[in-house]
Ligand binder design. Structure first.
Ligand SMILES: *Cc1c(COP(=O)(O)O)cnc(C)c1O
Length: 390
């Protein structure tokens, strides 16, 4: 059977008392044991019986198992946000005097986590152009703990060559860590491109219509010290484990992900093409347009589809605000890959608390509007954009 089929039919870890067809939501803190010896086994990792829901819960384990089936990972840890997945991963890898090699093109909170929060604990950072492999090579010194990147940067939409970066990382015996939020792991195999650890904001594609906040650490087991630290140390000490209700919602989202993604990515491809015909849009940035500088690389790495995020360039900040204010169908909201189409002006919102100099260094432009394309009929989405530009 194909992975998608298996993932819809993930077996329960143990038989449910009532033969429930959906994994029940185990809203419990603790689990009772028959005897003291079983308790020892559970607490010391000899058995896989749950003991305490800060570190293990059957509903969350079921969700993690689904992700394992779809990715072939050796270990999946579900946490309570994408930022928790990123911070737990970097805290497991880094330490005072260790260096993270990454880019200025990062999700705003990830940028701030690395350059402000982790910096306070003595973690060093090299911000370089990850599309320039020689620059990365120069930045990777002996104290480096990982290369970290986003597979498609948001909102710049830059794509780095994963295999080239993996070979730099592996020649220094450090992991390549990729935030793969922007293309679901059902669409391409990050591992086969050399990625050692994936971090995902499951808030986005996976949650299934913007129901819940969540994050995933997907570990392919190449760095045993990391595997031990993420599930044996960070999970216990940082306490960011996913809650059972969220895991239940995200399990439902994961089962319909493939179906939803097909419609949303196809809507986005159609829409991007049609937007290029509107004269008030200076530029349409979408990886699926042949004119995009990363078109071939994105095809090679991610396959035929290019996701559901599009950015458009308008005249200035005022025209962006006017456009956003005139939208009737597309919602004015942050988030990506909701069932509903969304629009936002990243420079003044997600990156609003950065200085103009910082925004310039991160290539965050005042003239960019970001669109997340939903499940509506594409003709209606296009018509809304067309009327709002008038
Ligand atoms: C949204 C997002 C995050 C943060 O995820 P949360 O679930 O909001 O914590 C991280 N990286 C990328 C690329 C994102 O789009």
């Amino acid at each position: 059977m194909k992975r998608q089929t298996e993932a819809v039919h993930t077996p329960f870890q143990s038989r449910d008392a009532y033969n429930a067809i959906s994994m029940p939501v185990y809203h419990t803190v603790a689990y009772e044991f028959d005897n003291a010896a079983d308790m020892v086994d559970a607490f010391c990792g000899v058995s896989s019986a749950p003991d305490y829901s800060r570190v293990m819960n059957p509903t969350v384990t079921f969700f993690e198992n689904k992700v394992k089936q779809l990715t072939g990972a050796t270990r999946v840890v579900a946490l309570n946000s994408g930022m928790a997945a990123i911070s737990n991963t970097l805290l497991a890898l880094a330490g005072a005097g260790r260096k993270i090699v990454t880019s200025r093109h990062l999700f705003g909170n990830t940028y701030s986590l690395i350059t402000t929060t982790l910096a306070r604990y003595g973690v060093e950072v090299a911000l370089c152009d990850l599309t320039d492999v020689e620059a990365v090579e120069r930045a990777v010194t002996d104290n480096c703990c990982c290369i970290f990147l986003e597979i498609i940067t948001n909102p710049q939409m830059e794509v780095a060559d994963l295999q080239a970066l993996a070979s730099v990382a592996h020649s220094h015996n450090i992991p390549l860590v990729a935030d793969t939020t922007l293309i679901p792991f059902t669409q391409f195999s990050a591992r086969s491109l050399g990625v050692d650890i994936e971090v995902v904001s499951s808030t986005k594609y996976i949650s299934g219509g913007a129901t819940t906040i969540g994050g995933l650490v997907i570990d392919y087991g190449a760095f045993p010290e990391f595997s031990k630290a993420i599930s044996g140390e960070m999970l216990f000490n940082l306490g960011a484990y996913m809650t059972p209700h969220v895991a239940y919602m995200q399990t439902l989202g994961l089962e319909t992900l493939d179906a939803r993604y097909r419609v949303q990515s196809s809507n986005a491809a159609t829409l991007a093409q049609r937007l290029t015909e509107l004269s008030s849009i200076r530029r349409v940035n979408y990886l699926g347009l042949e004119s995009n500088p990363f078109y071939s690389l994105a095809r090679r790495q991610f396959g035929e589809s290019s996701g559901a995020m599009i950015t458009i360039e308008l005249q200035d900040r005022e025209s962006c605000f006017n456009f956003i204010n005139k939208l009737k169908l597309i919602r004015r909201a942050t988030n990506l890959f909701d069932n509903k189409s969304l629009a936002i002006h990243p420079a003044s919102t997600i990156f609003g608390n950065f200085t103009p100099q910082q925004r310039a260094s991160m290539d965050i432009s005042e003239t960019t509007v970001r669109l997340s394309v939903g499940l509506e009929d594409v003709d209606d989405i296009f018509e809304d954009i067309r009327q709002a530009l008038e």
